[in-house]
Design a protein around this ligand. Structure first.
Ligand SMILES: [Zn+2]
Length: 213
């Protein structure tokens, strides 16, 4: 493992935005979960990328630029912010056979990790989400769909659907639909993939899905 792929952090002082209490936080520029497997769970359980004030109980997401690496799964996910300079990420592209992704929020990072944990292809998962919109048509007439996120518990996989008024619902993940989608869109998925850090979301999938039909 070369030094730039190893877990790195700096300690920074941060004042609580609510009460001003001073904190010393570990800010990770690189998180390699092959080297430090427990950190995967730390991200999923909001122990990293989360600000938790012991003085006033403020809890808030803490987003900063970071590189999530899973050398074993050959996956690199850049958590980007508005300041992220994509040119600076060039050095990661030379790593052959790596899957490169970029996300701009913690929930999307967690989702990508969970999809990889279940050995699924996030590009197919995003296409399946679009197919699920049809199943949500009735609800979408009465309410606003805010987000759909992949999640799982043990061997049960599902989508969490977030509605503005009704709140969070859960729909079982249809593995058959996943498999048929993967083979049906195989060619288009390849044509829309690059070796660069790809933002794979519902917008990316929508471009493929609606072009075909
Ligand atoms: Zn505080």
């Amino acid at each position: 493992m070369s030094s730039d792929t190893m877990t790195q952090y700096s300690i920074e002082e941060l004042k609580c935005p609510k009460c001003g209490h001073a904190h010393h936080l570990k800010k990770y520029s690189v998180i390699n979960v092959t080297e430090k497997p427990a950190m995967k769970e730390d991200i999923l359980k909001n122990r990293i990328f989360n600000f938790d004030c012991e003085n006033c109980d403020l809890v808030a997401p803490l987003t900063y630029e970071s590189m999530y690496l899973d050398s074993k799964k050959k996956l690199a996910i850049c958590l980007s912010t508005e300041e992220t300079d994509m040119e600076q990420l060039e050095k990661w592209k030379s790593r052959k056979g790596m899957t490169l992704r970029v996300v701009d929020n913690i929930n999307d990072l967690k989702e990508k990790i969970m999809i990889a944990e279940n050995l699924l292809d996030d590009r197919v998962v995003e296409l399946v989400k679009i197919a699920y919109l049809r199943r949500l048509e009735k609800e979408m007439k009465e309410d606003t769909l805010m987000n759909i996120l992949f999640d799982y518990n043990g061997n049960q996989m599902y989508f969490l659907v977030f509605f503005e008024k009704k709140g969070i619902g859960r729909m079982p993940f249809d593995l058959e639909l996943y498999r048929s989608t993967a083979s049906r869109y195989e060619r288009q998925i390849k044509a829309h993939s690059t070796d660069d850090f790809m933002k794979v979301d519902m917008k990316w999938a929508g471009d493929i899905f609606f072009m075909r039909s």
